[in-house]
Design a protein around this ligand. Structure first.
Ligand SMILES: Cc1cc2nc3c(=O)[nH]c(=O)nc-3n(C[C@H](O)[C@H](O)[C@H](O)COP(=O)(O)O)c2cc1C
Length: 188
């Protein structure tokens, strides 16, 4: 795949084949993500690999519960948009993907979010280049039950930046519309 193909084929995937993604492949993709730049080369990203569908179901239920409670406490546009979907018992926030990688780290690192987001971009492209599909699942950050945190091996003082599902796509959808770049000023 040329880089141009990659740019166009990297799409958020929400329909997966049942096929498992080998652990070795996930580890290789994670290794590629470590080539991403980070502030002062601090490399603050840590990874949790979950390939267990029961655990993913458990996390999905936990995040849905917490999000719905948040909507009840403070209604807003998120509630309008997502409440009905999250109330659907059959809806799994991970779209029944075979695996999810949690990118996590210490919030003491000022650049944690930016560094991890860059690493996630690399993860997405490395996966796409191997014929795999990914989707950043922001909903998946809402794990609050200390037992579940412990079960997945999330250190107490770490925060979750990005849960990224990985699996073999059923199909790669056409790119979504993007508006033209908003170039505010050109000074030459
Ligand atoms: C920070 C972030 C959080 C996201 N959270 C979710 C999510 O919880 N569920 C979901 O289906 N997609 C999620 N997405 C995927 C976006 O909806 C998707 O990237 C966007 O619609 C553009 O589509 P594309 O990635 O196919 O180009 C998230 C993306 C980002 C960058």
């Amino acid at each position: 795949m040329t880089f141009d193909d990659l740019l166009r084929n990297r799409r958020s995937i929400r329909n997966f084949q049942q096929k498992d993604v080998p652990l070795e492949t996930i580890k290789e993709i994670i290794k590629d993500s470590c080539l991403a730049p980070s502030a002062s080369n601090g490399q603050p990203c840590n990874f949790i690999i979950i390939k267990n569908r029961d655990m993913m179901e458990k996390i999905s239920a936990e995040c849905k519960k917490n999000l719905l409670n948040d909507f009840a406490d403070s209604p807003g546009p998120m509630k309008e948009r997502y409440e009905a979907i999250l109330q659907d018992e059959k809806f799994n926030i991970f779209y029944n993907a075979p695996s999810v990688v949690y990118v996590v780290g210490s919030p003491d690192v000022d650049s944690l979010d930016v560094d991890c987001a860059l690493a996630v971009g690399y993860l997405m492209f490395s996966a796409a280049q191997r014929g795999l599909g990914t989707c950043w699942i922001g909903f998946g950050t809402n794990i609050r039950d200390p037992k579940i945190k412990e079960e997945i091996g999330l250190p107490d003082n770490y925060s979750i930046v990005a849960p990224l599902i990985i699996g073999y796509p059923q199909l790669i959808p056409a790119p979504l519309e993007r508006h033209d770049p908003r170039i505010l000023q050109i000074i030459s």
